[in-house]
Write a protein that binds this ligand. Structure first.
Ligand SMILES: Cc1ncc(C[n+]2csc(CCOP(=O)(O)OP(=O)(O)O)c2C)c(N)n1
Length: 565
């Protein structure tokens, strides 16, 4: 049977088991929208801005581990999505973006709403396609989903000209895909695994440094087995929070610029670092020449180009994190007769870490006058027992959420790490809530960031999504103000948000509920009430204006040079 390009696209999305598409229409995709009602199993969520649509698709992907799908029109629709594409790219999130394009004969003619989105997104997609012939479309879609989800995941863009959407051909969807030049390595080299097992047995001061790859490959359980069985303390990047339970004594907290004292000291003093699915980002390493000088570094990553990129790894392992940890487990299990046997290692190392944790914990003092932002996150953590899906915007609130929420499960912390995109958290929360209608999804926001995609309140209300936004409202672009305070002689240039909307009224104007709280004694009751409401809610929490995130490693310094208060 012959189908149009638009029909082929939608039919193929169903065959890929896509359940939801986040999008925004326009002339260059109207043919696709025209067909949408014929595919009732494909839910379309209409965002109010293309940036909202792509972040929502991204949030859906991070919460579920499945490929998120985003559909936007040509020209400004496509460029509005670029920030979200780059966000997904930096954090290795699998999304497929379909952009409309002007008809093929007009490409390159400065046609109305034409933009070279393939050229624009080349550096921030894993791959992109311009489809010129409708007969190529099924194969392109199959390849796009395959590329997005396999190897190091990432965004893949399909640019679809209007005449290709209208052209017809016989539809055959490929069952399997083979791309000769693309063969990600999943299974680790057994010799490398044996080497790692050996150094794990011998190390006196080992540490696991977990990155987003642990979450992406669903390797948390195996990582937890390794840590507990061999008594190896665990630290993680922002992207990996939740991969190891925060209430375990082996948990050191996040490392890096706003990492804990214990984690940064531990990584600096370790003799063995097992870097699992992490990329040695500069926010983690600080001054590279000072980073982990005494350690043997084992680096496991599915992307061979990320190994040896920033830090020299003594034992490089190209593999999927889960496959590697399973193989390591098999090798090491011979060491312990019973996998749940008592830990085999009990060293002064662990005692030292415990004392670091005790001497210099994450701390703040909550008085009776002003609400401390850390306190709000602690209350959220307590009320939700670590079971909520927390998304964040970018800034101080993001770091407080990372530091003070006790994450117990993978895929429960969703935040823009690599790109650091203000405006990400709320639409990402919408995507997560679409995926999990019955879970509590909370966007911890700053008063600056939330204004970047605030229009998505209409989306949340329209689809009855009970997302909660908790604004830690300090009246500043707080994280920039903190840098100005510490490193620019308090020159608070353009960081004071003097004019702000009344967030309670704003919520109500969109049909959501709004609360405001400024008394520390009322934080808990207001949040309890807000979380129980089955609708979209903004809680505007007026917090201490000039509270800082601590510890802090000044940019370019070694991670042991922390400012502690
Ligand atoms: C799109 C974008 N623009 C600018 C920045 C730079 N930036 C990083 S944090 C920050 C301040 C964020 O302020 P707010 O959302 O109020 O959060 P707070 O730091 O006060 O918690 C800014 C401007 C960014 N990360 N993203």
């Amino acid at each position: 049977m012959e189908l149009t390009g638009a029909q082929i696209l939608l039919e193929s999305l169903r065959r890929e088991d896509v359940e939801v598409v986040f999008g925004f229409p326009g002339g260059a995709v109207i043919d696709i929208y025209d067909q949408l009602p014929n595919y009732p199993l494909l839910q379309h969520v209409l965002a109010r801005h293309e940036q909202g649509a792509i972040h929502a698709a991204d949030g859906y992907a991070r919460a579920t581990g499945r490929v998120g799908v985003c559909l936007v029109t040509s020209g400004p629709g496509a460029t509005n999505a670029v920030t979200g594409i780059a966000t997904a790219y930096m954090d290795s999130v699998p999304v497929v973006i379909i952009t409309g394009q002007v008809p093929t004969p007009l490409i390159g003619n400065d046609a109305f709403q034409e933009v070279d989105i393939v050229g624009i997104t080349r550096p921030c997609t894993k791959h992109n396609f311009l489809v010129k012939d409708v007969r190529d479309l099924p194969k392109v879609i199959k390849e796009a989903f395959y590329l997005a989800a396999t190897g190091r995941p990432g965004p893949v863009l399909i640019d679809l000209p209007k005449d290709v959407q209208q052209a017809k051909c016989v539809y055959n969807y490929p069952k399997q895909i083979k791309m000769r030049s693309y063969n990600p390595t999943y299974a680790p080299n057994p010799k490398q695994v044996a080497k790692v097992a050996d150094v794990v047995r011998k190390a006196k001061k080992p540490i696991i440094y977990a990155g987003g790859g642990v979450i992406a490959s669903n390797a948390s359980e195996d990582l937890t087995w390794l840590a507990r069985t061999f008594n190896i303390p665990v630290t993680a990047t922002l992207m990996a929070l939740g991969c190891f339970p925060a209430d375990d004594p082996l948990w050191l907290g996040m490392l890096g610029m706003h990492g804990t004292y214990a984690a940064n000291m531990a990584i600096s003093g370790a003799d063995l670092i097992l870097a699992v699915g992490s990329r040695f980002d500069d926010r983690v390493t600080g001054k590279l020449s000072e980073f982990a000088k005494n350690a043997k570094i084992v680096h496991i990553d599915i992307d061979p180009t990320s190994i040896q990129k920033n830090v020299a790894a003594g034992i490089p392992v190209v593999a999927d994190c889960k496959s590697f940890l399973m193989a390591l487990r098999q090798t090491l299990e011979a060491d312990v007769s019973d996998a749940s046997a008592a830990p085999v290692r009990d060293t002064p190392w662990l005692a030292r870490l415990a004392s670091w944790k005790e001497e210099k914990p994450l701390a703040y003092e909550q008085g009776t006058d002003v609400i401390k932002p850390q306190y709000v996150v602690e209350i959220i953590s307590r009320l939700t027992k670590g079971e909520a899906i927390i998304t964040t915007e970018v800034g101080q609130h993001q770091m407080w959420a990372a530091q003070f929420y006790q994450f117990t499960k993978p895929r429960s912390f969703i935040s823009s790490g690599g790109l650091g995109t203000m405006g990400f958290g709320f639409p990402a929360a919408i995507g997560a809530q679409v995926a999990f209608p019955d879970r509590l999804v909370i966007d911890v926001a700053g008063d600056g960031s939330i204004q970047m995609c605030i229009q998505e309140l209409a989306t949340a209300v329209c689809y009855g999504l009970p997302v909660k936004i908790v604004i830690l409202n300090n009246g500043y672009l707080g994280m920039v103000r903190q840098w100005q305070e510490l490193f620019y002689a308090k020159n608070y240039c353009s960081t004071c948000l003097d004019v702000a909307p009344d967030f309670v009224k704003l919520a109500e104007a969109y049909g959501a509920a709004g609360f405001r709280v400024s008394d520390p004694g009322q934080v808990e009751s207001v949040l309890t009430e807000a979380f129980a409401l089955p609708k979209t809610v903004i809680v505007d929490v007026v917090v201490d204006r000039e509270e800082n995130v601590a510890p802090m490693v000044p940019a370019g310094k070694s991670i042991t040079e922390m400012i502690l208060v």
